[in-house]
Design a protein around this ligand. Structure first.
Ligand SMILES: [Zn+2]
Length: 544
């Protein structure tokens, strides 16, 4: 890794290369280059620390708004490292803002920490093998981002302290990202008021960064609750008015309307409350919708359509509709060009991690099992820099509430290579690599690119100026940020409470004990990789 770093680094530092997607944003500076080499060596020396964070947070496997163990662990760790920590930020119990340093530039460093329902899964086992049946787990890989960010921050802090460099680092968790639940509230609470540049990290199977408007959606996540009248469902059904009928008619109405919506929209729902039991006419029932679209006006339009269908369903059933509860929201994402270009140059200098034969065998076994192309892990970098997606090529897709941050301050998301390509997402298959050498090596590589780019920001005032110039004169020239959350909305901190109350004590015996075990795989007694044998078996307790 180090040898490769030096070779690529010298090549980049020598000047713009033919065929290079973009030149480094900062001109060659021997001091900066020397400090970056120092950062890389320091982050390599912290590989065990990084691995332990990845494994620890994986083992907590907490859902959005219930990340209490994760938050407690991170707060203690950051305090020990000299950060000032404000807990319960923006009225969200599992949130915090950890600050170190002083003066300009102020750098924000965020990443998500929450998991996926029913994604409990033994890591390193390439077939379905649950730790705690029914329990949540890290079926997206949000256990790895904090390891990237904190490792990067500590390496940079060491240099800033020694060389007395001005600058402030603010670390915060993306609480309840799967509910798109918090970042708009962070913006509203003023977390980014003094921030110059905002960095975000997110797990991927590749290593890269993008600028401009992305293919993906923004959304509102809203709860419709109907109120009816209970009655004996057999004895006097004419006395009742069913709130569940209203939920069902709303869904039928929405599914008919769906044909006449724009192709880019995505919308989906679940019924968290469908009544109590069949012989009691349901007096209350709720349906939870995600309405996704490409831009703010279209999100609002989709939401208004949902509201009118809900009102119609209430009229048809003689029920009433509660005020619509906002559970989460996200703006579409737009990333900063100069900072993305600087980060891409650093990603190229770091290069992809060196995967072992076991890592590749593991990935290929899972891909084969999942009937997707057995191409293994990504081992070559590509350009590392993505550009804007033209409006007419946008096809919708996922969201992340980092979108709200990207419209508040110049922001980029580092995608670091810690997972296996070709998986469906939000699924146990996305969890199996996330406490193995694949995630560990990817997090170390990600930390290097993150730390190097943060150093670029600290030592290159022009990068900050260029970033702000892009933000003001290009990105927000014609589009102004208006929050999707309304003044009366509050974070939906009640979400997932019941699930964690049900499973936490069963999950606790599986928390990683870094004092006793080198890795989580070692603690669980898993031989890595465990893959399906020719007789169909897969380790000791896997289910087919
Ligand atoms: Zn995510």
């Amino acid at each position: 890794m180090r040898v490769r770093f030096l070779i690529v680094f010298l090549a980049v530092a020598a000047g713009p290369l033919a065929g290079q997607a973009a030149a480094p944003a900062t001109p060659s500076d021997p001091r900066l280059e020397a400090l970056k080499r120092e950062l890389v060596a320091d982050i390599d020396s912290r590989a065990v620390f990084t691995q332990q964070m990845v494994d620890q947070i994986f083992s907590f496997g907490e859902l959005g708004f219930q990340e209490f163990e994760t938050s407690k662990y991170l707060v203690a760790l950051l305090r020990k490292e000299g950060f000032r920590v404000e807990e319960g930020y923006a009225g969200i119990p599992t949130s915090f803002v950890a600050t170190w340093g002083s003066g300009k530039p102020v750098i924000s460093l965020g990443t998500d920490i929450d998991g996926i329902p029913q994604a409990s899964q033994k890591p390193g086992v390439a077939c379905r093998s649950v730790l705690v049946p029914g329990a949540p787990g890290h079926g997206e890989g949000h256990n790895s981002g904090m390891a990237v960010n904190i490792t990067a921050a500590l390496a940079l802090k060491k240099i800033m302290e020694r060389d007395k460099l001005s600058g402030t680092i603010k670390i915060w968790p993306g609480v309840a990202e799967e509910q798109i639940g918090t970042k708009a509230y962070y913006v509203r609470a003023g977390l980014f008021n003094d921030v110059d540049i905002s960095f975000f990290s997110h797990v991927s199977s590749n290593f890269g960064v993008s600028w401009g408007s992305q293919d993906g959606t923004g959304l509102v996540s809203v709860l419709y609750t109907f109120r009816g009248t209970s009655a004996h469902a057999a004895g006097a059904p004419w006395r009742g008015r069913s709130a569940l009928d209203a939920v069902e008619l709303m869904n039928i109405g929405w599914n008919y309307r769906r044909e006449h919506l724009r192709l880019a929209e995505r919308s989906h729902y679940v019924i968290p409350n469908g009544g109590d039991q069949p012989n009691v006419v349901p007096q209350n029932a709720s349906v939870w919708y995600y309405f996704r679209e490409l831009d703010y006006p279209h999100i609002r339009e989709l939401w208004a359509t949902g509201d009118s269908i809900a009102a119609g369903a209430a009229m048809m059933t003689g029920t009433t509709l509660d005020p619509v509860r906002m559970l989460g929201s996200a703006w579409p994402q737009h990333f900063n060009r100069p900072v993305a270009e600087a980060m891409a140059a650093n990603i190229r200098a770091v290069g992809m991690p060196k995967w072992s034969a076991q890592d590749q065998a593991f990935a290929k076994a899972l891909q084969t099992d999942q009937k997707t192309e057995a191409r293994g892990l990504v081992d070559s970098l590509g350009s590392a820099l993505g550009g804007p997606v033209p409006e007419n090529q946008k096809r919708g897709g996922g969201s992340d509430d980092i979108g709200d941050v990207t419209w508040t301050v110049p922001t980029v998301t580092l995608r670091f290579p810690s997972n296996i390509p070709g998986m469906p997402g939000h699924n146990w298959t996305d969890a199996i690599a996330m406490a193995t050498p694949v995630a560990h090596k990817g997090a170390t590589a990600g930390a290097k690119a993150m730390a190097m780019t943060m150093l670029d920001v600290v030592l290159t005032p022009k990068l900050v100026t260029d970033a702000k110039e892009y933000f003001t004169n290009v990105q927000t020239k014609d589009t102004k940020y208006v929050p999707l959350i309304r003044p009366e909305d509050r974070p939906a901190i009640e979400l997932n409470k019941g699930i964690l109350e049900k499973y936490r004590e069963q999950m606790r015996p599986f928390y990683y004990d870094a004092k006793k075990y080198k890795t989580y795989l070692e603690q669980l007694g898993i031989s890595y990789p465990t893959v399906r044998a020719s007789d169909g078996s897969c380790g000791s307790s896997a289910v087919p």
